[in-house]
Design a protein. Structure first.
Length: 107
């Protein structure tokens, strides 16, 4: 796996997506054979908690925000992610992880 992109198309969630991708990078360090399906499932399950811990803290009810985030969320891998990075303008409402280096970038 080379590249993982998380797209929300809402640039208010950088403080959620960046730590979430840091978590994914750590998981890949521990288990480099994780497949895309497992990673996407983990991202979908963890996004609400990352929002609560790193961004909102005591804001809206978590169930409401969690539902909103899961409706917007798209996760892309490798060629599909790289094509999106090259061609899309998400106005910093998307981030990608370079799996080999652990670098995270907005786009």
């Amino acid at each position: 796996m080379r590249t993982i992109a998380i797209i929300l198309d809402d640039n208010d969630f950088g403080n959620t997506i960046r730590p979430l991708l840091q978590t994914v990078a750590r998981a890949l360090e521990q288990a480099p054979d994780l497949d895309a399906k497992s990673i996407e499932l983990g991202i979908r399950e963890a996004i609400g908690a990352h929002y609560r811990l790193f961004q909102a803290r005591n804001a809206e009810p978590i169930a409401q925000v969690d539902r909103y985030l899961k409706e917007l969320l798209r996760v892309l891998f490798d060629e599909e992610a790289e094509r999106d990075i090259e061609t899309a303008d998400h106005d910093h409402g998307a981030f990608y992880l370079e799996c080999q280096t652990g670098q995270i970038h907005p786009y």
